[in-house]
Structure formats: C-alpha cells, structure tokens
Design a protein around this ligand. Structure first.
Ligand code: NAD
Length: 366
C-alpha cells in the first residue's frame, strides 16, 4: 500500500502530516511512503531524514500521487491537489466536515474516501488518533507564551532588592484540552491562575492543576464525546454579565471556548475589555470560528482601549516540529487502524472507521 505525503499549500501552514520517525515505522511495517520534496522543511524535518526513514522523496506531483492508496495531509486539499488524488484513494486530513460542507461535497464528487481528523470519535480506543486534542495541546501552550511575551509585566512573583513584584493574574475561559494546557503552562510560569468552563466536571481538573475555579454560577451540560452543549441566549447573557464584573481583575485572559460546528460563544463583551487595566492581554484561541471576545479580529493582533487582543489563528503551525510529530502519530494510529495488515480494509461497521469517514466510495468498502 502506497501512502503519499504532499507539501502543505495553505497559507502559513508549516506542519507536515508525517514526520521521519513515523515514516520509518510505516516502511518497517511494509508500507511504501512517497513524500513531496520540502514537505517537512518548514517543520525542521529535512528531506534527507525522510529518505533515511525509507521514504521515496519526489519532486513532481505525478510520482507523488501515482498509485497512491492513501493521501495524508494536515489541511484539506486545494482544487488542483484534489484533482491529482487517484480515483478511489483514501484521503486523511482536517477536512472540516462541520464548517465546510461544500469541501466535503467536492471530495464526494471526486470519488475520494475522506477521513476527517475532526470526526474521530471520542472513545478510549481512538485516543491515539485524536488530533483535535494533540493540536489543542500545542495551541494552549503557545497561547500562554504569547500572552507572557506581550504582557508588560512578569508572570511570577519576584522578591528583589528593589522590592516585591506581584505575580500576574491569568484567567482561562474554557478548560478543555487547550484550556487545561494553558492553565498548566501559566502555572509553570508562576502566574496566579483561575479557570472557568460550563461543563461541571471541569472544576476538579482545574483545581488539580493548582488553579482556582472561577464560580460564575453558570452550569452547562456535557454532550456526547465530552463536548459542551451550547448555552441558551439567556445563559450566555448572564455569563457575559458575570464575566464583565470579574475580568478587570485579570492581567491576561486566554479564551478557548468552543461548541463543535457552531460559531464561538461570545463571552467577553467590548465593555469588559474597556474595563481591563492598560497593558492587559487577551489571547483568543477561538478566533478561527469568530472569537470569544467581541473585539477579536480573527487572524490579527489588535489594541483596543489599551488592551492587546491576539486573534492569531492556527497556533499549532507556529510550533510545527512537535505539532507535526503529534499529528503524525495520530495519523499513524488511524492508518494502521484502516489497514491493519498493510492493505486498506475498510470496515464500516467499526465505530472509528464509520465515525471518521465523511465521504465514501462504495467500492472502497470491504
Ligand atoms: P472544545 O475544544 O470543543 O471546547 C473547549 C472548551 O470550551 C470545552 O471544555 C467546553 O466545555 C468549553 N465551553 C464551551 N462553551 C463555553 C462557554 N460558554 N463558557 C465557557 N466554556 C465553554 O473541547 P475539547 O477541549 O476538545 O474537549 C472537551 C472535553 O472532551 C475534554 O476536556 C475531555 O474531557 C473530553 N475529551 C474526551 C476524549 C476521549 O474520550 N477520547 C478526547 C478528548 C477530549
């Protein structure tokens, strides 16, 4: 079975779907792997390491795709890239099934069997394939580093000959995978950290990291897979009001609140930003789906009322080495699930295979 790894073409994307360590595991297991020249360069994986791991490093699209049974990517393919995928091949990538139904239709018309990394079911057996979690870990960590770098204050408490410096106060809104990583990172840097989430189970997780749970008196529900249910308009309004009172107390707010397939909930109204101290920082990890803060400008960093609001998107791509390494391990786990003995054997009775598949070519079924 041949696996093709194209160079990512999306603007700003520095990750790669397979790293040499994982290519080596695949080639040892009998898979053939073709890697487009330069695919790993921006993630600090040179072509020579792929060749050493047993991959065929190729520079033209026809050698890359010719005879490929599976194409593995980070981002969904462009129209040209989609046209180059062989008929009936399997495509694995972040295919955005909930936010890009047209893209999924294009795959379907092309006869590609698409597996979306976002759609991997959240069951214990599928944890090694959970790329949403692995990339959220990177984003949560990086969000705090960005905040620490932008903040005109120290994070830790310092006792110096010139007197004592008070620690920074950090609030993390949304304490799922990214939020918990943000809390842990901010704690390691010495900040005093609080966290909030609408899912009741989270309080204990926040406290176990040495942070305080900010009680806003709002308790939501957890739906299947551990995701939050969307709050009603009245609940969201109450949450905004409560946050408006509490937020001026913090130097940094990292927001990560998401509800799958829905625009990001607006947690921080403009009035709350205005009430923050000058020099405070908001890092909005939900910027891609509109942002948790009313004043976030997705893809940009802006200053409003002397508060820095960071709405940069795709933070995992800014740490491409480890983001790619984790993603590649997730892809490896899915590939070996779909091809347990070295050849594709798609069992659509299986919860993982059926759950992650977003377009299906009937002939591909086992
Ligand atoms: P996510 O990225 O969809 O959302 C981030 C967080 O935002 C969630 O914790 C959510 O509860 C929270 N949120 C939503 N609306 C909010 C609001 N109005 N105010 C404050 N917070 C709000 O979620 P995620 O991080 O991908 O995952 C959430 C949880 O799923 C994890 O913490 C974990 O418990 C569970 N999970 C399970 C598995 C598994 O079983 N295999 C794998 C990964 C995650």
């Amino acid at each position: 079975m041949k696996i093709a790894v194209p160079k990512e073409s999306a603007a700003g994307e520095r990750r790669v779907a397979l790293v040499p360590e994982v290519v080596s595991r695949l080639t040892k297991a009998g898979f053939a792997v073709a890697v487009e020249a330069g695919a790993g360069t921006r993630a600090s994986f040179p072509d020579a390491q792929y060749a050493e791991a047993g991959a065929d490093v190729v520079s033209d699209a026809s050698s890359l795709y010719s005879g490929a049974d599976a194409v593995v990517r980070v981002q969904r393919p462009s129209d040209d890239e989609l046209a180059a995928i062989p008929d009936g091949a399997v495509l694995i990538a972040f295919l955005q099934p909930l936010t890009d139904p047209d893209g999924v239709d294009r795959l379907s018309r092309r006869g590609v069997t698409g597996f979306a990394m976002e759609a991997i079911p959240r069951i214990t057996r599928a944890q090694p394939m959970d790329a949403l979690s692995s990339q959220a870990t990177v984003a949560g960590y990086k969000a705090v580093l960005i905040a620490a770098e932008r903040l005109p204050r120290f994070f830790p408490m310092l006792t110096t000959a010139a007197g004592t410096i008070a620690p920074a106060k950090v609030l993390v809104l949304g304490a799922g995978v990214a939020g918990l990583q943000a809390i842990a990172t901010a704690r390691r840097l010495g900040a005093v950290v609080s966290g909030f989430d609408v899912r009741p189970a989270v309080r204990e997780q926040v406290e176990s990291l040495g942070a305080a749970f900010l009680d806003l008196g709002i308790i939501g529900e957890e739906s299947e897979g551990g995701y939050a249910r969307e709050l009603s308009a009245a609940e969201l309004e109450r949450q905004q009001e409560e946050l408006e009172k509490r937020i001026p107390d913090y130097d940094v707010v990292v927001t990560t609140a998401l509800v799958p397939g829905r625009p990001a909930p607006k947690l921080i109204p403009a009035s709350a930003v205005e009430a923050m101290r000058p020099g405070s920082v908001i890092v909005d990890l939900a910027a891609e789906t509109g942002g948790n803060c009313e004043l976030t400008s997705p893809g940009e960093e802006v200053e409003r009322s002397e508060v820095r609001i960071v709405g940069l998107t795709n933070l995992p791509s800014t740490m491409p080495f480890h983001a790619s390494q984790l993603y590649a391990r997730n892809v490896f786990a899915l590939l070996t699930h779909l091809a347990p003995e070295g050849e594709l054997k798609l069992d659509f009775e299986d919860e993982i295979t059926a759950g992650a598949c977003v377009t299906r070519r009937e002939e591909a079924a086992a």
